[in-house]
Design a protein around this ligand. Structure first.
Ligand code: SF4
Length: 207
């Protein structure tokens, strides 16, 4: 039924509220078929990645206790079947919410049979390419052409509050071997981030 049971993953982060309501487990998948000018996720396109068995990641997410997952990238629908299997495996054990950021529009996804399984499992889809000229600083969404679709009622109330925030939030996290930017940054945070990258000679990762 599913063609692949392996996911190419650039980064995972448990317990963050920077990419959706409630406590989330965020997965940044590797690889993208688009080339948006000003893309802030370069590392998911050209950086290192892990090949992770779906079942192992499912167990990790179940054990995390997070309310839901957010899948970003990269382009999640390039790995639609493996992600659909991931969601199914988790939901066999407990109910979780699913938010997906995609460069494809909803209409493009609905026209691609290989994508509809995952699309039908999502509670929220944030769709469309990032267009730098249309980056209006809206919280949690990169540019004004991108649309937020409530595909189920799960997040309708919490999402109305969450996505109407007046400003963006992002975190810069330091560890022993990397500095990581998580979230959709404001212009001020982006400037700080670019300075950090320059000073660190390229060991930083943006997601
Ligand atoms: S779709 Fe997202 S990850 Fe892909 S190039 Fe555009 S901004 Fe970057």
């Amino acid at each position: 039924m599913y063609e692949k049971a392996i996911l190419k993953i650039s980064h995972i982060e448990a317990h963050t509220d920077l990419l959706g309501p409630y406590d989330r487990f965020v997965i940044w998948v590797h690889g993208c078929c688009f080339d948006c000018e000003g893309c802030l996720a370069q590392n998911t396109r050209f950086g290192a990645y892990d090949e992770m068995p779906v079942s192992r990641l499912a167990l990790q997410i179940i054990a995390s206790g997070c309310e839901g997952i957010t899948v970003s990238g990269g382009e999640p629908f390039l790995q639609a079947q493996a992600l659909a299997r991931l969601v199914s495996e988790i939901r066999e054990h407990r109910d979780i919410g699913v938010i997906i950021y995609s460069g494809f529009t909803r209409e493009e996804l609905e026209a691609r049979p290989e994508c509809t399984g995952l699309l039908h499992q999502a509670d929220i889809l944030i769709d469309g390419r990032y267009i730098r000229e249309l980056d209006d600083g809206r919280a949690y969404i990169g540019s004004s052409n991108q649309r937020l679709h409530y595909l189920t009622d799960r997040y309708r109330e919490s999402g109305e509050r969450y996505y109407s925030a007046s400003r963006r939030r992002a975190e810069i996290k330091f560890s022993s071997d990397r500095v990581t930017l998580i979230g959709v940054p404001s212009a001020e945070v982006l400037k700080i981030w670019q300075d950090i990258k320059l000073k660190n000679g390229g060991i930083s990762d943006d997601f």
